[in-house]
Write a protein that binds this ligand. Sequence first.
Ligand SMILES: [Zn+2]
Length: 350
Amino acid sequence: MRPLSEAVSQVQMPDLEKVYNDLENFARAVQGVTGLEILEEWRRKLLGRKSGSLARAMRHLGDMDAELRKTLGQALNRAKPAVEETIALKKAQLEAYKASRPAVDVTMPGRQPALGRVHPITRAAREMIEIFGRLGFEVVEGPEVEDEWHNFVALNIPPEHPARDPLDNYYLDDRLLLRTQTSTVQIRVMENRPPPVRIIAPGRVYRPETVDAGHSNMFHQLEGLWVEQGVTFADLKGVLSMFARAFFGADVRTRFLPSYFPFTEPSAEFYVSCLLCRGKGCPACKGSGWMEVAGCGMVDPNVFEAVGYDAEEVTGFAFGFGIERPAMLKYGINDIRLLFENDLRFLRQF
Ligand SMILES: [Zn+2]
């Protein structure tokens, strides 16, 4: 392109300077071009038949004297194939690069990585464990296949007790069954260490229930036990009330109603004010304004005797929460079966 630039500098005409500038810019930019469309734009700008820079410059030649016309004409005629060749080379380069890679459609929506999340049961259990942890309770786990001693006998449930009916339990053989409660873990801990004991035992339990919106034949419990000198029912009330406020919200109200369990004396049912109607009464709480969330009581001296603790020396309380129930109340789930169907549309909400 040098002959052209020399010719242009001789005539000093603004219209001719444009073609010179365009060619200069093209020479500078061509190596960095990454798309065929941009290359085509350059081709039109420089070589276009009507409005291309070269064609426009050619039209000026008629106004010049013979010698200048000859010099300029030659220069422009040489510039044209040079530009064509440069564009062809660049085009081949771009096409070879494109062919060497798999075609990527950058307009396609990206693939979202499948992120897992914590199951509502696990989430509720973790939160419960965390709250009792703050109150000094240690987490202990035990086997889901239990013997009759830990599941019944040591918990003051004698052979004639209806809870031991084979129809109400998943017996594996004469001696072993799937545990019906996590209180078994309390027995195992007390058998193996002296007081004081302050533990919670979360885990699965099994009962042959007919499955419906409120019942499942497998569910989760979180039991607690505090044994030490001087532990009273007031401590029990304090611990459960504090837990309820931390888990369900500061404005929740609580109450204890007398009840009966073989392994505690006295025993109570622990209620929180209905989270759905705030105590006014609704179908979920059967109009009472209250929901039962736990059973509790002072550990029966017979249980202490079974594990070798001195009932004259120590006292203690025990409590048992289901985990499904509080989770359903807290997250507004109205059917327990949703928790075990593994339907991602349901689980993704948590
Ligand atoms: Zn209610």
